[in-house]
Design a protein around this ligand. Structure first.
Ligand code: ADP
Ligand code: MG
Length: 156
C-alpha cells in the first residue's frame, strides 16, 4: 500500500530546486555521513535519492571533467575514487545557492564557523562534501548518478 503519492517529475522542470552532494571519502570513513545528512535535513533539504558506492577512477574522471586542465585534477580523481562515498540528490527552493552557503568555502580553513566544510573537512582536497555549482550542472550531476525511477521528490 502507498501511504504517500510521489510524483514523477521531469528533472529539467526541477531546475533551481535540486542539487547534488557527495559525502567524500574521508568524511564517509570517519562515519560522519549521518551527522552531515542531519545538518542538511535540518537546513530544509529533502532527500530525493541516495546511494553509497565507490567511484571507479573512470567515473571520478568523468564527474570532474570540468577540472581536467587544473593542476589538482589527478589528485582529486585519485582521492574521490579512494574509498566509498555517499551520493545524495537534494531538493529545496534555491537549492544550489543555499547548499553552497550551508557547506561553506572550498577550503575548510576559509569556511565560516558552523558550515559543513568548516566542521567536517580535514584539508582543501578532503573538504567533506561536494556541492553542485549551477542549476545546469546540478541536473547533469543528478543524471550522472540517478535514474528517473529512483528519484522521489518531496510530495505536495
Ligand atoms: P568546490 O568543490 O567548492 O566547487 P572546485 O569545484 O573548485 O571547488 O574544486 C573541486 C574539488 O577539488 C574541491 O571541492 C576540492 O576537493 C578539490 N580541490 C580544489 N582545489 C584544490 C587544490 N588546489 N588542491 C587540491 N584539491 C583541490
Ligand atoms: Mg565545484
Amino acid at each position: 500500500m502507498n501511504f504517500i503519492n510521489f510524483t514523477v517529475c521531469n528533472i529539467n522542470a526541477m531546475a533551481g530546486n535540486i542539487t547534488l552532494t557527495i559525502i567524500k571519502p574521508v568524511a564517509f570513513s570517519k562515519n560522519n555521513a549521518g551527522r552531515i545528512l542531519s545538518r542538511i535535513s535540518d537546513a530544509g533539504f529533502w532527500i530525493v535519492a541516495a546511494k553509497t558506492m565507490q567511484l571507479s577512477s573512470t567515473e571520478a574522471k568523468k564527474f570532474y571533467e570540468v577540472h581536467k586542465d587544473r593542476e589538482f585534477y589527478n589528485d582529486l580523481v585519485e582521492f574521490m575514487s579512494s574509498g566509498p562515498v555517499l551520493i545524495v540528490m537534494l531538493q529545496k527552493k534555491n537549492a544550489v545557492e543555499d547548499f553552497r552557503t550551508l557547506i561553506g568555502k572550498t577550503n575548510p580553513a576559509d569556511a565560516a564557523e558552523g558550515t559543513i566544510r568548516h566542521d567536517f573537512g580535514t584539508s582543501l582536497r578532503a573538504n567533506a562534501v561536494h556541492g553542485s555549482d549551477s542549476d545546469e550542472n546540478a541536473i547533469k550531476e543528478c543524471n550522472f548518478f540517478f535514474a528517473e525511477a529512483d528519484r522521489f521528490y518531496q510530495p505536495g
